[in-house]
Design a protein around this ligand. Sequence first.
Ligand code: GRF
Length: 204
Amino acid sequence: HNIVVLISGNGSNLQAIIDSCTNGIIKNSRIAAVISNKADAYGLQRAQLANIEAVSIAATNYANRQDYDQVLIEKIDAYQPDVIVLAGFMRILSADFVNHYQGRMLNIHPSLLPKYTGLNTHQRAIDAGDTEHGTSVHFVTEELDGGPVILQAKVPIFTTDSVDDVIERVQRQEHNIYPLVIQWLLTQRLSMQNGYAVLDGNQL
Ligand code: GRF
């Protein structure tokens, strides 16, 4: 199977996926390309180190979202991906883009969805006095951070935590759960049906 990963930054989740393709948590699959909208994303270096094609497409060269997303579709589809993985890709995607990959595109969002869609989720959880926080893997639909949730991991928030402590604790869990979900989707144990995530025949 072919996986295409979209990133904008550090790429620690990308690294977890690269490692999972090597250690067999993700089976019979390769990352065909890593595409970033930021030329300086560290994740592009991670890709190169792993001999994976690393592509950067800056949005500044395009007049509008529609044009950019169209180019992105063409680039992605050239790799004939079975699954498209958003891993810290910090751009809003157009409806056309999202619909093109309906049921084949995953995102990981650092909150216990439906809580805290959008940005600064860790700080918002701390500010709200939450004692737990976490991360969610979900199918991407037109609704931002609103597609059906597939798997979540919870972590505690301690009163002594800095925001960096919480981010690190959440990310450790992200690196565990994202590869699992990718493997489920690649092997068709997982699908999206009528707007719901279905795993092994059970609606989640
Ligand atoms: C992750 O925490 C993910 O939940 C969010 O962006 C972050 C990306 O981190 N969508 P990295 O680039 O994978 O290290």
